[in-house]
Structures are given as structure tokens and as C-alpha cells.
Ligand binder design. Structure first.
Ligand SMILES: [Cu+2]
Length: 365
């Protein structure tokens, strides 16, 4: 859905990162911060058009009835992008987007993972899959220096939506810079059909500037230690998935059912996930697909390092805001995505002007 016309011209101006730390697979915290600072000083223009993952870019539902081997390639990319227009930051990503690609497999599948660490990166990276039953979720096995590639094979033995994230020694910094995503392991029977699927990730960004302060923001380790973020964002951007900025996360029709795959990267803040003007029709806490969903849920916690799967209906048209109901994060720090529903008004369900147009409405006291 995204248009990528912005910033193309600026890409050519992007300066490469600091020298690769070839062969260095474990970084002391201070070393990571120092390398990141060096990189910040070298690059101030966006190197990618947008950091936000397209929330509608989700692999098709699985229609297989047998397990398969699934090849998955993730590429660690350190990129400079805008948190909001005019504010740039050095993100660390899987595949240049936040959250990283939604990986979709079926219970019983064998995942053949390739992790590439781009040669122009400054830091080692890896992946911890909560869907992988094994030490570190694969973190040690996938520790990869810049310019190198690693491999991991694991079997998806349990269904659900699980976070994956970078888990180097400075894992909180790397997650805060954008290195997290969802691996969805469908149950053998699959998931119910829906009209629209959406992929959203919340996380917080700790910078040395104030929210909205133009120019380049650097990562602020001290602010992260205090757990005082500058931004709390959906898909890496302040208000990016809204009509006033780049456009709604999705446009649906009234009577559609949408299923949201939501991950809280954190690294520290629990989301109080809520759809304003609606409730979650079905809510699968923790992304669990082996327990019955809760129904008609207004606000539910999604802890750092966890997910939820939630469906919503759109009986009337309008803009529906998906937020963290810790609302300072919405009003001041950017945590908002909007789904736009188009269709016929239904004054029998919701009538904003019952007196003015003479339709049957509520009786006012
Ligand atoms: Cu990393």
C-alpha cells in the first residue's frame, strides 16, 4: 500500500555506516553505544523512504494440509529514517522495516532460517524466536557479524503468534532501535477467514531530543535505563499510519472483519491495547491459539515480548484508532494507528445528530 516517492533523491546522499566489526560477535554495552554514536555522526539524512512496515503486507493464509520446509531470510539492516517528518533516527531493523516481516508458517513446519548481516552495518545481530524450542530461541546460533550470514533450522512445534527479536548483549537497545517482529504459527486447521489482516508493532524509542524536535536524534542509553522514552510508536513512526500523515493503516468496508496481529517489542512498556470506538470482538491473549479467545474486550495488556491476535468489526463508517490506552503515549509520544471504515451510515447503531436530521434517536433529558 505504501508509495515510495519520498526520499528517493536523498538515498544517494546516504553515507555508509562505521567500519564493520568483522569477527566481533559479542559487544560490551559501551562498545555498542560508541559504535552507534559514531554512526550517528556520519549519517543524518534518511537512507530509506519509510521505516514503517506496511501493515497490510502479510503472507497469505496457509492452505496446506501437510507440514513443509519453509525458507525464511531475514536481513539485519541499520538504516536512517524519519520517526516523524523532519526527525531522523538510526534504526536497526530486520529487512529495513519496523516491525520486521511477519513470518507465517504452520504447526509442524520446519523453518530454515538464513540471517544476513549487511556488510555496511556496524554491529553484530541475531534472532531469538519465541516459536523455536531451543536455547535462546536461536540467539546464540544466529549471532552474526556484519558481512556474514548464519543459519538456523527449527521445527514450529506449537501454534500461536510469537515475537522474534534481536538478543545480542545490548538487546534492549537493539529492540528499541527496531529489531522485533512476529512469527505466526498457524494451527493445523488454519485460522478462520477474515476480510482484512493487519500487522502492527508497538515499541518505544529513547532519544537525546524532545518529541517533535526537528533534526537528527541520537539513541539515549541513559533515557532507556530510566525507561523514559521520547517516542512510543506503532510500526516505528509517530502517527505514520494515520490519514493526516501518510494514510490509514488500512481502509475496510463496514461489515468487514479485520484480524490484527499485534506485537509489543518494548523493550520496557506494556501496551494497553484498545480500539477506540469499538471493542475487540475476539481477543487471543499472548497470541495463544490453543486457548479459546476472549470476547468483547475493551483494553488488554500486551507485555513486552508478547503479542495478541484480535479481531474487530466495523458496523458503522469512520476512523477507528488503535492505541495504547496509556494515553499520554498517544497524545504526546505518537502511539496511534487508524483504520478507516467506509460504508453506509447506520443511525440505528450510532447516530451522532439525532435531533438535527429528525431521525429516530435517543431521548435527551
Ligand atoms: Cu541487533
Amino acid at each position: 500500500m505504501f508509495e515510495t516517492t519520498r526520499r528517493r533523491a536523498l538515498q544517494a546522499l546516504g553515507v555508509g555506516g562505521a567500519a564493520a566489526a568483522a569477527g566481533c560477535t559479542v559487544q560490551a554495552p559501551t562498545a555498542d553505544a560508541e559504535k552507534q554514536r559514531n554512526r550517528v555522526e556520519q549519517q543524518s539524512s534518511p537512507s530509506v523512504d519509510r521505516i514503517a512496515a506496511d501493515p497490510t503486507d502479510i503472507p497469505d493464509p496457509i492452505d496446506r494440509s501437510e507440514p513443509a520446509e519453509v525458507d525464511v531470510t531475514l536481513r539485519a539492516e541499520e538504516v536512517t529514517a524519519e520517526i516523524e517528518p523532519g526527525v531522523t533516527f538510526d534504526y536497526m531493523t530486520y529487512n529495513g522495516q519496523v516491525p520486521g516481516p511477519l513470518v507465517r508458517v504452520r504447526k509442524g513446519d520446519t523453518v530454515n532460517l538464513t540471517l544476513e548481516n549487511a556488510s555496511e552495518n556496524a554491529l553484530p545481530h541475531n534472532v531469538d524466536f519465541h516459536a523455536a524450542a531451543g536455547p535462546g530461541g536461536g540467539a546464540e546460533a544466529t549471532m552474526t557479524a556484519p558481512g556474514e550470514t548464519s543459519h538456523l533450522t527449527f521445527k514450529a512445534t506449537y501454534p500461536g503468534a510469537y515475537i522474534y527479536h534481536c538478543a545480542v548483549p545490548n538487546l534492549d537497545m537493539h529492540i528499541s532501535a527496531g529489531m522485533f517482529g512476529i512469527i505466526l504459527v498457524e494451527p493445523e486447521a488454519g485460522l478462520p477467514a477474515v476480510d482484512q489482516e493487519l500487522y502492527l508493532g508497538q515499541h518505544e524509542i529513547y532519544t537525546d531530543g524532545k518529541a517533535g524536535q526537528g533534526g537528527k536524534h541520537s539513541f539515549d542509553m541513559a533515557a532507556m535505563k530510566r525507561e523514559e522514552p521520547t517516542y512510543v510508536v506503532m510500526n516505528g513512526e509517530k502517527y505514520g499510519l494515520t490519514p493526516d500523515v501518510y494514510g490509514s493503516a488500512a481502509t475496510v468496508s463496514t461489515d468487514d472483519t479485520a484480524r490484527v496481529y499485534f506485537v509489543t517489542g518494548g523493550p520496557n512498556l506494556t501496551s494497553s491495547f484498545h480500539p477506540i470506538g469499538n471493542v475487540w470482538e475476539e481477543f487471543y491473549p499472548q497470541g495463544s491459539l490453543t486457548t479459546e479467545p476472549q470476547t468483547h474486550i475493551q483494553t488488554s495488556p500486551v507485555a513486552p515480548g508478547s503479542t495478541c491476535i484480535a479481531t474487530m468489526n466495523f458496523p458503522v463508517p469512520g476512523n477507528f484508532k488503535l492505541v495504547d490506552h496509556a494515553l499520554t503515549r498517544v497524545a504526546r509520544r505518537g502511539c496511534l494507528a487508524i483504520v478507516t471504515a467506509e460504508g453506509e451510515e447506520r443511525p440505528d447503531i450510532f447516530d451522532p445528530e439525532p435531533q438535527a436530521d429528525g431521525r429516530t434517536g435517543s431521548t435527551s433529558a
